[in-house]
Design a protein around this ligand. Structure first.
Ligand SMILES: NC(=O)c1ccc[n+]([C@@H]2O[C@H](COP(=O)([O-])OP(=O)(O)OC[C@H]3O[C@@H](n4cnc5c(N)ncnc54)[C@H](OP(=O)(O)O)[C@@H]3O)[C@@H](O)[C@H]2O)c1
Length: 338
């Protein structure tokens, strides 16, 4: 059986996470039992939610246990199988974690999904045609529920979730405006992803200045907003919301290291009769098939061309993950393992 390298959570961060929170361990992969499948991971997905799991605090999901392999989505290939439904060479997506191989119970529902890579590359099943894409779909379709002609916005617009959101909103006839950090990301959001406009929040030192820029980009106000960041960005957007606007709260990455993110004008919730709803995509498995179908068509047809930041080799995962939390990624953050 092949030797497996894995990254475990060694200790919990105090404030900012660091590479010292992680440790590499190695062991032989065990011999397969009946019904099990051995998967070699080609790609590991790095996602902001992992930062929350590193804390031992109350949240919507249990903390990552110390000494265990870091949780994570993986895409790879079956290299050995004792399950009738999976054969060697199948391309599969699962939750294999930060390691080169995983042994999966092929009978357990939802643990391993076979994917077709003719029109959609394997790595996109961890991004636009995977959990981040479905997240964008749920927030847009089920929370914001836009009408054609409405203006919708999204923060972290160049990222895995934000880029899928743009394509989904354009397909529904919306004016789509992104908010992203830096001229290169904004240029990509407009010229490659096809957003109508993008505002670079790094050009603004306070929410009032950012809000003025949003007024220019959204002359008819904002009807729907998808929040990935929190803090100054959300404050600026709220000032530009129309009556009965909907805000899907997907992430608050600006506060993932524990800093409080106060809301400057909560009275706007009343004044503008806002609907503000948080959601967790894994609690809405019923929408995944419909969402994945649409996302697969958008990527397969080239209407959505998601960008990827790819770190090389398992040992690069901690540094790449910390970079993701600081916006060093440009598109879906992955680690290439093979
Ligand atoms: N609710 C759910 O079920 C669910 C599921 C998946 C993801 N999420 C959330 O969705 C959000 C996006 O996830 P993703 O995987 O698509 O990541 P991503 O957007 O590909 O990468 C994270 C981006 O966040 C931005 N960012 C980081 N720190 C920031 C800060 N302090 N202020 C402003 N922007 C900051 C950076 O973009 P800029 O350089 O443009 O700032 C960075 O590139 C995250 O908040 C994540 O937790 C939620």
């Amino acid at each position: 059986m092949p030797l497996n390298h894995a990254i475990v959570l060694d200790n919990r961060p105090q404030g900012h996470a660091s590479v010292d929170n992680f440790k590499v361990v190695s062991a032989q992969t065990p011999a397969l039992q009946e019904g099990q499948v051995l998967v070699q991971h080609h790609y590991l997905s790095l996602d902001p939610y992992m930062r929350g799991r590193m804390n031992d605090s109350k949240s919507y999901a249990a903390p990552q246990p110390l000494g265990e392999v870091m949780i994570g989505g993986t895409a790879g290939e079956v290299v050995e199988s004792r399950h009738p439904k999976f054969k060697v060479g199948d391309q599969v997506v699962g939750m294999g974690g930060w390691q080169n191989y995983s042994v999966v119970d092929g009978h357990a529902a939802g643990m391993l999904r076979r994917v077709e890579t003719t029109h959609v590359s394997l790595s996109h099943y961890l991004g636009a045609v995977g959990m981040p894409g479905v997240t964008a779909w749920y927030g847009l379709v089920k929370v914001i529920a836009p009408q054609a002609g409405e203006t919708v916005t999204v923060s972290a617009a160049s990222g895995a979730v934000g880029s899928a959101y743009g394509a989904l909103a354009k397909a529904r006839g919306c004016r789509v405006v992104g908010i992203a950090g830096g001229p290169d990301k904004c240029d990509y959001v407009v010229n490659t992803l096809g957003f109508d406009a993008c505002v670079d929040y790094k050009e603004h030192s306070d929410y009032l200045s950012l809000s003025k820029a949003l007024r220019q980009a959204c002359p008819n106000g904002i009807d729907g907003h998808f929040e990935n960041v929190g803090g100054m960005v959300l404050d600026a957007v709220m000032l530009r919301t129309n009556a009965f606007a909907r805000i899907a709260v997907c992430g608050m990455i600006a506060g993932y290291d524990g800093a409080p993110l106060p809301m400057t004008h909560p009275a706007l919730i009343l004044v503008n009769r806002l609907k503000i709803q948080g959601f967790i995509v894994s609690e809405h498995m019923e929408v995944w098939p419909e969402a994945l179908k649409e996302l697969g068509q958008l990527v397969g047809s080239g209407q959505l061309r998601p960008r990827e930041s790819v770190a090389q080799g398992l040992a690069a995962a901690p540094e790449a993950f910390l970079g993701l939390l600081k916006g060093k990624n440009f598109g879906k953050q992955l680690v290439k393992l093979v």
